[in-house]
Design a protein around this ligand. Structure first.
Ligand code: SAM
Length: 233
């Protein structure tokens, strides 16, 4: 996981934005099904944990950034929080199953006033962004002081044997599941896109620089998923 070893076939800049948007528009109709199958429904538990880690009181206003088909919006509403979903892909928003207000926008340029929300979640989208530090600065801009963020993302297990097993599953099995149920290209891109993620220590340092404190990283399900939580200073 380091930008410096990026596969040259992975798009950058505006080409990446266009590729990501087109890919999610394509896979939107079967996105939820593939998610449940390839994670053995573990994603349901990861989302519950993410929302609990916000530790916000009922009625709190929470942005779900890169909301996709609205899984986090539904979970936030179940905890009596007030979500607003924002995503780039109209296809994903059109397939969303949530009563939350939804907005089509780039989460690197949020159409939201400074300090106006109590918290934010973001699920499995960090590696799709063109500029992660720009996103962290945008989070710091819109979340009020004392507000909370919880970012869920894929990870690679630390243990060597687990990492090998996970690499095989993620690199070889997931693309086949994706090809069978949805779109082959998109699910070939998925394991490759992990290379966009910075090293964990660098990512946590960048969040502190952006204006967050109490920055913590939790590994879930043997380290195949990471949850990063923090408080706006
Ligand atoms: C893997 S999906 C995750 C969806 C949802 N958060 C979940 O947990 O299932 C990634 C989502 O990020 C969205 N996305 C990627 N780049 C974005 C950007 N710059 N602004 C807004 N949404 C973006 C995609 O359209 C897609 O819906």
């Amino acid at each position: 996981m380091a930008g410096s070893t990026l596969d040259p076939s992975l798009p950058q800049g505006e080409a990446k934005v266009a590729a990501v948007r087109a890919m999610f528009d394509t896979i939107a109709p079967r996105y939820d099904l593939v998610n449940r199958v390839m994670t053995f429904r573990m994603d349901v538990g990861w989302r519950k944990r993410t929302v609990r880690e916000l530790r916000l009181i009922p009625g709190a206003r929470v942005l779900d950034l890169a909301c996709g088909t609205g899984d986090f919006c539904r979970e936030l509403a179940a905890y009596k929080l007030r979500p607003i979903g924002i995503d780039l892909s109209f296809g994903m928003l059109a397939a969303a199953r949530t009563d939350a207000p939804l907005v089509q926008a780039d989460i690197l340029r949020l159409p939201v006033p400074d300090g106006s929300v109590d918290g934010a979640t973001c699920g499995f989208a960090l590696r799709n962004l063109v500029e992660l530090n720009g996103f962290f600065r945008e989070l710091a801009r819109v979340v009020r002081p004392g507000g909370r963020i919880a970012l869920l993302e894929v990870a690679e297990p630390r243990h060597r044997v687990l990492r090998m097993g996970h690499g095989f599953y993620f690199g070889k099995v997931v693309p086949r599941i994706g090809a069978l149920l949805s779109d082959a290209g998109a699910y070939r891109y998925l394991p490759k896109s992990v290379a966009y993620l910075p090293e964990p220590a660098a990512m946590l340092a960048d969040l502190r620089t952006a204006g967050f404190v109490d920055v913590e990283r939790h590994l879930l399900s043997t380290g195949i998923t990471q949850l990063v939580v923090a408080t706006r200073a």
